[in-house]
Design a protein around this ligand. Structure first.
Ligand code: PMP
Length: 337
């Protein structure tokens, strides 16, 4: 019989799938470059963050920071929370999550469904404000039995990608990867994967994708709507030496491309995936123009589109922010059917 003892054992080993129609490459590029998406929504908690959740919890158990019956407290935009809630539930810990109000209600309800508690904080306050989600989580984490994984500073965040995501990509591409494209929130994914890949082959180009306005692409932290990526500060988990280049992507391009991925590649993924894949498409066009048919570009897609059905996949929500919804399927009213 083939089965896992717990969903925890199903984390990682996500597949690569070729992107085709959305790349819009010229006919001359039919032999390459090859663009492959690493589909992280196939993790049991639905995102790349399952990987860091297991690794951070196991490390805290080993160091004694997390004791039996303890409470995990974390400020999270949802995905890290799901990973932590899933692993914590299986291991018998309580969870309290603190998240900004821009996080979709769908995402918050997922955390509650796993049995976690959710505290919502205003986005429109500075990080040093007592109601900021950083400060609220610090107060909760100072209570007895509480442990804060702190994904923005925990070395086991990038390490989990150095030990799992990076080696998977290297093996799946049989060492042929030439470019790695990835969005950056905590920077854990790009730092861990990028370091591992460059150790295997220093010629591999590591390319960050960043929302316009975020510090990673030279912005001041000006607000943007894409969730889970971009920062207004430099997290400890981000290794500034690893990215060879950062491509800035607008919310409009991120959302339009997220919708194209669903409609043309049948990949129902989140907005940060559209952002990263848009940057990968740009890289592929540059490579095609240089005749680099040998190039193998891997882009990491962190989560599923299910959490954004009322936002990115909702025409009214897009229109409210002045974004075009792109080509629509024909809609008929009941009377017309
Ligand atoms: N996309 C989404 C949807 C995320 O939740 C995150 C994590 N904040 C990222 C991308 C970025 O990953 P990382 O924190 O490893 O940079």
């Amino acid at each position: 019989m083939q089965y896992a003892n717990s969903v925890i054992d199903l984390i990682g080993n996500t597949p690569l799938v070729r992107l085709s129609r959305t790349l819009d490459l010229p006919e001359t590029a039919s032999d390459g470059p090859l663009v492959l998406a690493k589909v992280e929504y196939l993790n049991p908690g639905g995102s790349v963050k399952d990987r860091i959740a297991t690794r951070m919890i196991e490390a805290a158990e080993a160091s004694g920071e997390l004791q039996p019956g303890g409470t995990i407290v974390e400020p999270t935009s949802g995905n890290t929370g799901v990973g932590l809630a899933m692993v914590a539930q299986q291991k018998g810990y309580k969870c309290v999550f603190v998240c900004p109000d821009k996080v979709s209600v769908d995402k918050r309800n997922v955390l509650k469904a796993y049995g976690a508690e959710v505290v919502v904080c205003p986005t429109a306050v500075a990080p040093e404000h007592p109601d900021s989600y950083y400060n609220v989580s610090d107060r909760l984490a100072s209570q007895p039995g509480a442990w804060k994984p702190n994904q923005y500073a925990n070395p086991h965040n990038p390490r989990s990608h150095y030990e799992t995501t990076g080696p998977e990509i290297w093996e799946q591409t049989e060492g042929k990867i030439t470019h790695f494209v990835c969005g950056m929130g905590t920077g854990g994914t790009i730092s861990g994967v990028g370091r591992y890949l460059k150790e295997q082959n220093p010629d591999i180009q590591v390319i960050g994708a960043d929302p316009a306005g975020s510090v990673y692409s030279g912005g001041t932290g000006r607000p943007y709507l894409v969730e889970g990526v971009g920062e207004d500060f430099w997290p400890d988990t981000y290794d500034r030496t690893v990215a060879d280049r950062v491509i800035e992507v607008s919310d409009a391009d991120s959302f339009a491309f997220t919708r194209r991925l669903a409609r043309e590649e049948a990949l129902l993924v989140g907005g940060s995936c559209g952002m990263a894949a848009w940057a990968a498409r740009q890289v592929a066009h540059e490579l095609a123009a240089e005749g680099r048919t040998d190039a193998v570009v891997v882009v990491l897609l962190p989560d599923s589109g299910r959490g954004y059905l009322t936002k990115i996949f909702n025409d009214d929500w897009l229109a409210q922010y002045g974004f075009a919804s792109g080509a629509q399927a024909d809609q008929r009213t009941v009377g017309e059917v």
